[in-house]
Design a protein around this ligand. Structure first.
Ligand code: ADP
Ligand code: MG
Length: 211
């Protein structure tokens, strides 16, 4: 489904990614594992189009895919950032409905119905009118997931989804990833937590730091 071939990237003359190649299959969960500083977040930023790469190729369903054009325009790949990046001046419901309001031709009524469905799916119905500062870490993460899902991405990426959570919340993330997998959402999960990766991964890609 999404295939990276020999992606290479330097930042300020220093090699950060070297010949990164992997493929994630429709409906499967790929874990990208590796130590801190190995370039895991940089890979995610590259495939969603937040940063460029120097060489290599990215293919989506066999077609050349240029994230900085194709993903920014079409929202094929969504992301749940490590620190969630919620809009602090918007309520839970507004965080979730903002992108659909800006990006799709859907009517306000349809957007409201879709937002209510996502709130229910993620157990956030009673938090709809609260602001990020009024939410726990796990709740903020669920808002970030709902916000990403609101654009119906084909692929959902997660950056270190267990790092900001209490250990007992980790199992909730495992269940959420499994629940989304049941819905046939393709997922790429970046983590340095091998035990967590083992629980969710169909495939693992190991990213070693460049020597
Ligand atoms: N915008 C940037 N400017 C300079 N260095 C960066 C930038 N982004 C990432 N790096 C460097 O690239 C390396 C990989 O970073 P990152 O992708 O965040 O690793 P990981 O997520 O695996 O911990 C690190 O050495 C980091 O300091
Ligand atoms: Mg990182």
């Amino acid at each position: 489904m999404l295939k990276l071939e020999n992606i290479t990237k330097q930042i300020a003359g220093r090699p950060i990614l070297k010949d990164v190649s992997f493929e994630v299959t429709q409906g499967q969960t790929l874990c990208i594992v590796g130590p801190s500083g190995a370039g895991k977040t940089t890979i995610l930023r590259t495939i969603i189009g937040l940063t460029n790469y120097d060489s290599g190729e990215i293919l989506l369903n066999g077609q050349k895919f240029i994230p900085q054009i194709d993903n920014i325009n079409q929202g094929v790949i969504g992301v749940v950032f490590q620190d969630f990046r919620l809009f602090s001046h918007l309520s839970t419901a507004e965080n979730i409905s903002l992108a659909p309001r800006l990006k799709t031709k859907t009517t306000p009524k349809e957007i409201q119905a879709a937002t209510e469905k996502l709130l229910a799916q993620l157990g956030l119905t009673d938090k709809a009118d609260l602001y990020p500062f009024q939410l726990s870490g796990g709740q903020k993460q669920r808002v970030a997931i709902a916000r990403a899902l609101a654009l119906h991405p084909q692929i959902l990426c997660w950056d270190e989804p267990t790092s900001a959570l209490d250990p007992d919340m980790r199992d909730n993330v495992v269940s959420l990833i499994e629940q989304l997998k049941q819905e046939n959402i393709t997922q790429i999960v970046v983590t340095h937590d091998l035990d967590f990766a083992q629980k969710i991964a169909d495939q693992t890609y190991e990213l070693a730091p460049i020597k």
